[in-house]
Every structure is written in C-alpha cells, then in structure tokens.
Design a binder for this molecule. Structure first.
Ligand code: SAH
Length: 216
C-alpha cells in the first residue's frame, strides 16, 4: 500500500501540471479529483499509473478516460449540488464517483453486465452507496428518472442520440463525444427554450457507444 502523502503529491502534480494548464480550473472539479482514489478503480498492476494523465484499460476492452478528459467533461457538465445527473457508460465507476463528489444525484447506465457489477462493488466499498446504477442501453437514456440537469456520455456514438437530448431539463447540458474512431469531437448540447445550442470542445478519443446489453 502506497503512502498517502505520496499519492497526494502525485495528485497535486497531475492537477498543477496537466489539468490546470489545459483549462480544468473549476475548484469543485479539482477537489473532486483530489478526493476520489483513481487507483481503486483499476487493476493492481496499473496502480503506479493511477495519477499519470493517461487513459487506462479496464476489463472487456474498455478504458477509463485520462484525468484531463474526466476533468474537462465534469467541468462542462456544470454540476451543482443536488442536480440530477445521468452518466452513460459507468465503466470502472471512476467518473461516477467524481459526479457524486460534485454533489450530484447520479444515475449511471452500463451495457456490459460484468463491468456494471464490478463498478457497483468498487463504488460501495468506497462509500458511494447513493448512486443509481443499471445495466441497460444508454441510447435510450433513463426516461423514468428524467429530466436531468446534465448528461455525461463516456462512449462515442456516431451521431447525438435524440433520446438523450430530450431528457435534459431546461438549461441542462449534454456532454458527449461524437463521431467515428479517429474523428471524434467533444460536444456540449445545451437545452435553451425549445432549442439545443451546440458547442465544440476539441478532438477526443473514446471507445464507441454500442447498442444493446452484453452479458459478459
Ligand atoms: N466513465 C467510465 C468510462 C468507461 S469506457 C470510467 O470512468 O471508467 C465507456 C463505457 O461505456 C464502457 O464501459 C462501455 O461498455 C460503455 N458503453 C458503450 N456503449 C454503451 C451504451 N449504449 N450504454 C451504456 N454503456 C455503454
């Protein structure tokens, strides 16, 4: 087990050298990144890389995004305490925990059963018991729990799913990587009046968003 002060130093270095200079400056987001132990969401042999600014492999061929991207997406989601937030692509549960630390009431959907189950274990071991998790197809969103103040999608569909946009509250933000591998753009769709305003936030690289449920 690594020394807590060494881990704290690594987190500070990650934040000061990689996140703040690239635009992640929201204090609540940086505090959440300081608080959530990323090493608890990855396999033991990857732990030395927990606070490097790199994506890491999780089971079933999926990845946990690099901390910079988690920070940017969390910041773009503009979460206020008490907000209801939907996450599509629970994966390891790391981003889920960040959203909980931002004070959100989190609903998170994962399509691969084994990943959803292990995320549930990691989250409850760390005391994040208040999260609503389900195995399902994120293309459908979570209509029973809608509307959401923010929706954060951590896998890339070829085009923005309309079912997700309509589950936004007035003023709500959908933060989503869109496009085919190699050509993905991070987009924010904001619901304003009866319309959606789209912003572009640079190129990103995510695993593809797929349809249906997998019993792996
Ligand atoms: N937020 C995660 C990132 C995991 S990678 C983390 O912090 O670890 C993206 C995840 O999206 C994968 O686990 C993948 O299985 C899941 N996914 C892909 N398409 C999906 C869909 N239609 N519905 C729900 N989850 C989906």
């Amino acid at each position: 087990m690594e020394d807590a002060s060494k881990i704290a130093d690594r987190k500070d270095r990650l934040i000061e050298r990689e996140l703040v200079p690239r635009g992640v400056t929201d204090k609540a987001v940086l505090d959440a990144i300081r608080k959530v132990p990323r090493e608890e969401f990855i396999s033991p042999e990857l732990r030395p890389k927990a606070y490097a600014n790199v994506p890491l492999e999780i089971p079933s061929g999926q990845t946990i995004s690099q901390p910079l991207i988690v920070g940017l997406m969390s910041q773009l989601a503009q979460v206020n305490p008490g907000d209801r937030v939907l996450e599509v692509g629970t994966g390891s549960g790391y981003q889920t925990a960040i959203l909980v630390e931002l004070g959100a009431e989190v609903y998170s959907i994962e399509r691969i059963e084994g990943l959803g189950q292990s995320a549930k274990k990691s989250l409850s071991r760390l005391g994040y018991n208040q999260v609503h998790l389900k195995i399902g197809d994120g293309y459908l969103g979570w209509p029973e729990a809608a509307p959401f103040s923010a929706i954060v999608v951590t896998a890339a569909p070829p085009i923005v799913p309309e079912a997700l946009r309509v589950q936004l509250k007035e003023g709500g933000r959908l933060v989503i990587p869109v496009g085919e591998a190699g050509h993905q753009v991070l987009e924010v769709h904001r619901r304003v009046g009866g319309e959606f305003i789209r912003e572009h936030h640079g190129n990103v690289s995510f695993v593809p968003m797929k349809t249906g449920i997998l019993n792996l």
